[in-house]
Design a protein around this ligand. Structure first.
Ligand code: FPP
Length: 234
């Protein structure tokens, strides 16, 4: 079995899923957040150690005020429903993104989820909120430059050393990136971390992305020939 330690998912299609059923887009986000629990459990059962989910990008602020406000309130609803179960299952919550720019209450809820689960050693459930990969890399570069200026780092920095400045510090690289809902784009997600990831694009909208579809993605991943720039083993 090929190792699959880290799966990242672009959870796309909530709005279309809801609208196709005559529901408001926000109903899609609520169903999408419930599906985060379902897929986290499936990931943990599959032996995946890191599941990194794109919940809100630095570009998503362009959406209607109503939709943005709804998504900002979702973490409170989500963790009220599921945090105890996540703790019982030993999951560790990590939130990636510029959290200072979120509404105070949202920031608080996300920080509490991280604090409460920080000693857990099961699935790392990583949720990206107000995350953009170019911005992450830029912030890392600035942090490194400051460390050089202050004499805490020198120019011998290599790729492994640079990774310590990213929001994913300490995580293994992404093995598999899945995007739901048919679009075939990366949308400023984990650009550094997916350098050698396998990519899969599935037609199902995120709320309809079941553990069975997830299992199919993993089966497909198992058929891929990962060479990391080397040559095929014969
Ligand atoms: C993309 O679908 C989805 C989002 C921008 C929001 C994703 C948020 C969640 C799944 C909720 C997760 C929250 C927590 C707290 C776990 P879209 O709205 O772009 O769909 P569309 O392409 O059909 O319009």
């Amino acid at each position: 079995m090929k190792e699959c330690r880290h799966v990242a998912i672009i959870m796309d299609g909530n709005g279309r899923w809801a609208q196709a059923q005559g529901l408001p887009r926000t109903a899609g986000h609520l169903a999408g957040s419930d599906n985060v629990r379902t897929i986290a459990i499936a990931a943990s059962d599959l032996g995946i150690q890191y599941l990194t989910l794109y919940a809100f990008s630095t570009e998503n602020w362009k959406r209607s005020e109503n939709e943005v406000n709804y998504i900002m309130k979702l973490p409170a609803v989500f963790f009220k429903k599921y945090m105890q179960e996540f703790l019982d299952r030993g999951y560790r919550m990590n939130i990636l993104g510029e959290l200072d720019e979120l509404p105070k209450a949202t920031h608080r809820v996300l920080q509490d989820a991280m604090d409460e689960s920080k000693n857990n050693t099961g699935l790392n459930l990583n949720i990206c909120m107000n995350y953009g990969s170019q911005r992450e890399i830029l912030l890392a570069a600035k942090h490194y430059a400051k460390d050089v200026q202050e004499g805490k780092a020198d120019l011998s920095l290599d790729e492994k050393g640079f990774e310590k400045y990213l929001m994913t510090a300490g995580f293994p690289p992404v093995d598999l990136l899945i995007r739901t809902s048919g679009e075939q784009r990366i949308s400023n997600y984990l650009l550094w971390q997916i350098a050698y990831a396998e990519l899969e694009f599935v037609p199902e909208a995120w709320p309809a992305f079941t553990p069975e579809v997830f299992q199919k993605c993993i089966t497909e991943y198992q058929t891929r020939d990962r060479r990391f720039g080397g040559v095929k083993n014969v």
